[in-house]
Write a protein that binds this ligand. Structure first.
Ligand SMILES: [Fe+2]
Length: 332
């Protein structure tokens, strides 16, 4: 079993995972000078210990609630919302197999976060399945009423009316402003940060599978602060040894030949030239940084834990089925 297999096995079952930055070997149980994050947990519940974290913090992450709510305001857009208005409307509860009808998964995770009095709630995209005003109104109303400290970043479906013309970036620019803006609470949709108990909660929109130069600049400024950083995005970053369909952003094979869904989703096909150098540089900067406590994403709808160079990436299980990440930060 190589190191990657060992980490995957540990991520899938209970146990303690020491994510040493030492290359090559399975890390020692008690590293003398720990750098990077040490993980303990199983499936969706994790404790992340990092030397830069000074205060205990508990947060939850929800992703892929895929609300399909719509009303008369969405009638003119039915041609573009039709396909995504049915998937995920009815889901099996991930823990006990109960049937959930949307938005019950979202409601259940939010109620869990309120009951736990979490310090922070992160919403990492595909919260709505298309940019419906009814869906956004519902989510924002519930979040405001919760009294929680929350932030949101878009997924590839939140802003997508399938079949609308233009590049992914152009469509994102239009619909994040037109429909999703209440979810940002005045923050920039592309990149934002809020400090919670000394941790910089950094939100970057990678829902076009690409990173823009201004987003890379923002990330570098956050990393240069020296503060602990938690990074939230929709689509997972590429982690060495993981396949394209699990961890695509920054994967060397991403691009035209790998795009299987462009016709189904009625969008432009991924570019022939693959990722931009900016996207590769962003990915490399995240996994080279010693102050990134963790990366938190969604998109693939299944829990995953992958570690590169001492930086863990945790993927949230489908919130439409009441999945969420329940994460505690503490000092080493
Ligand atoms: Fe999704």
């Amino acid at each position: 079993m190589d190191r990657r297999q060992f980490l995957s096995v540990m991520a899938g079952g209970a146990g303690l995972l020491a994510a040493s930055r030492a290359a090559g070997a399975i890390p020692a149980a008690k590293p003398s000078a720990p750098r990077g994050t040490t993980l303990a947990g199983v499936r969706n519940e994790w404790t992340l210990s990092h030397p830069l974290v000074k205060q205990k913090l508990r947060m939850m992450v929800m992703s892929d609630a895929h609300l399909t709510l719509d009303d008369a305001r969405g009638e003119p857009w039915k041609e573009f919302s039709a396909r995504m208005s049915t998937p995920y409307r009815t889901m099996k509860h991930w823990r006990n197999g109960r049937q959930l009808v949307s938005p019950a998964g979202f409601d259940e995770v939010l109620a869990k976060a309120v009951q736990a009095k979490v310090d922070f709630l992160a919403l990492t995209g595909d919260i709505v399945s298309f940019p419906s005003e009814a869906g956004v109104d519902y989510v924002v109303g519930k979040l405001k009423a919760s009294g929680l400290n929350w932030m949101y970043v878009s997924g590839n479906h939140d802003w997508h009316y399938e079949g609308q013309p233009g590049t992914l970036k152009e469509q994102r620019d239009i619909w994040t402003k037109k429909r999703l803006s209440p979810l940002y609470q005045g923050a920039n949709p592309l990149f934002s940060m809020r400090q919670v108990k000394g941790v910089r909660m950094v939100f970057i929109d990678d829902s076009t599978w690409e990173i823009l130069p201004e987003q890379l600049g923002f990330l570098r400024a956050q990393l240069a602060s020296g503060d602990p950083v938690a990074l939230f995005m929709h689509i997972p970053l590429h982690v060495k040894g993981y396949p394209l369909d699990r961890a695509p952003v920054g994967h060397p094979d991403w691009g035209w030949n790998a795009d299987r869904n462009w016709q189904i989703e009625r969008r432009l096909r991924w570019p022939k030239e693959g990722h931009t150098q900016t996207t590769y540089a962003f990915r490399d900067a995240v996994f080279a940084a010693s102050n990134v406590v963790g990366v938190f994403t969604g998109h693939i709808h299944e829990p995953m834990c992958a570690v590169e160079n001492g930086v863990p990436q945790l993927v949230t299980e489908l919130t439409a089925a009441a999945g969420c990440l329940d994460v505690k930060f503490k000092s080493l």
